[in-house]
Write a protein that binds this ligand. Structure first.
Ligand code: PMP
Length: 407
């Protein structure tokens, strides 16, 4: 039977990681990874995570029982406040239901599964992604049977947002399409709409009765300011949209492998809002039960301790500033060095873009040249993880780029 199963292609990102590991050159640079690295290119356990971990281990009442189907209640409640804002009317009016998920991927998946089963606003049920987007969006939504299309996002000319293209496509999409939006620090481009542009996007989404689905995997990681990074979602909330939110704690807590995340469904204000949310919650609970029964405890316990303790929370904000600050420094340094070298082209986009990634504008040929000649590893689309750069390799990298661009 199984001999009919075709070979699937290797995941490009994981293939890149394997190629990097095989390279024995001591100068090699890994700019493919989507995880924060410190100035010595080492994984960084956030000091606040160490503190929370110590507390957890010393808790005599800690056990390994199952969590409820919807996860740790203290964690999901704190997650709502974090993303929607502590004084959000949606929380006060009980218009939100939240489930702890297997990190951001699990949250996107739970939302996609829910929409596949219950989304009835438009019979085609097309999901729109930015072009480009996190490649897993395509797989997750296709796996639950929802068709997808893309809206223009990145302009090759300006290496910024193709705002007109995006708005035109959203305007011409069938009414009631599902629109996936990156809340901040867009992956892979590092390009975010301005607040004025978000307002216009909300206007079109409203006019066309589209359904917004926010993916937030980098809150606090983009600007170092949690409220600023949550601005787009909070603005859509103020506009009373019904929406899905997929929230990841992988990057902002450095809890990658612990798989801590949260899915939120928010409904619009109406006399029936609470009853709607209760019914939605009951269905989400069944979907969650059939997929994972209940979520993993450790990462959520760590995040929950931090989110619910003002002192730990303040330490977390400091850790976020450490990470986002180092990345911003690397952006400035890289742009400065390329401009100093007189590398052909413009490099302001390196500092204009934000978050973990930068879309350099390097072509696939240049990317491959960098890999072969200089042992620098990045995805073929020219995306680099800024966290892979540090004070020890940035000169080397800038010179390698300069060489590849001139050839
Ligand atoms: N969405 C986006 C846009 C991402 O970049 C990521 C992380 N690469 C995720 C979701 C989810 O990641 P995780 O499952 O590790 O939380």
């Amino acid at each position: 039977q199984a001999d009919v199963v075709p070979q699937a292609p290797e995941d490009p990102l994981f293939g890149l990681m394997a190629a990097f590991r095989r390279d024995t050159d001591p100068k090699k640079v890994d700019l493919g990874i989507g995880a924060y690295r410190d100035d010595n290119a080492k994984p960084w356990v956030l000091p606040v995570v160490k503190m929370a971990d110590d507390r957890l281990r010393n808790d005599p009442n800690l056990n390994h029982e199952y969590l409820p189907i919807a996860g740790l209640a203290d964690f999901t409640a704190a997650s709502q406040k974090l993303i929607l804002g502590g004084d959000s009317p949606a929380i006060k009016e009980k218009r939100v239901t939240s489930l702890q998920t297997i990190s951001g991927t699990g949250a996107v998946h739970l939302g996609a599964l829910f929409l596949a089963k219950f989304y009835k606003l438009n019979t085609k049920r097309t999901v729109y992604f930015s072009n480009p987007t996190w490649p897993n969006h395509f797989q997750i939504f296709s796996n639950v049977g929802l068709p997808n299309q893309t809206y223009p996002y990145f302009s090759k000319e300006t290496r910024g947002l193709d705002f007109e293209g995006m708005i035109n496509t959203l305007q011409n999409a069938d009414e009631g399409s599902i629109i996936v939006l990156h809340a901040c620090a867009h992956n892979p481009t590092g390009v975010d709409p301005t607040q004025e542009q978000w307002k216009k996007i909300a206007e079109v989404v409203r006019a066309k009765k589209h359904f917004p689905f926010f993916d937030t995997a980098y809150q606090g990681f983009a600007s170092g300011d949690l409220a600023r990074d949550g601005w787009a979602i909070r603005y859509f909330l103020e506009q009373d949209f019904e929406m899905c939110i997929a929230q990841s704690y992988a990057k902002n807590f450095g809890l990658y492998g612990e798989r801590a995340g949260c899915f939120h469904f928010v409904t619009s204000p109406s006399p029936d809002a609470q009853s709607t949310v209760t019914r939605v919650a009951s269905q989400l609970s069944i979907l969650q039960r059939s997929e994972i029964s209940n979520p993993p405890a450790y990462g959520a316990r760590i995040a929950s301790l931090v989110l619910n303790d003002p002192k730990l929370f303040a330490q977390w904000e400091e850790d976020l500033r450490t990470m986002s600050g180092r990345i911003i420094e690397m952006r400035k340094a890289l742009r400065g060095k390329l401009e100093e070298l007189g590398t052909p082209g413009t490099w302001n986009h390196i500092t204009d873009q934000i978050g973990m990634f930068s879309f350099t504008g390097l072509s696939e040929t240049q990317v491959m040249k960098l890999r072969e000649d200089s042992h620098v590893y990045m995805t073929k689309n020219g995306r680099i993880s800024m966290a892979g750069l540090n004070t020890h390799n940035i000169d080397y990298f800038a010179k390698a780029v300069d060489k590849a661009v001139r050839e």
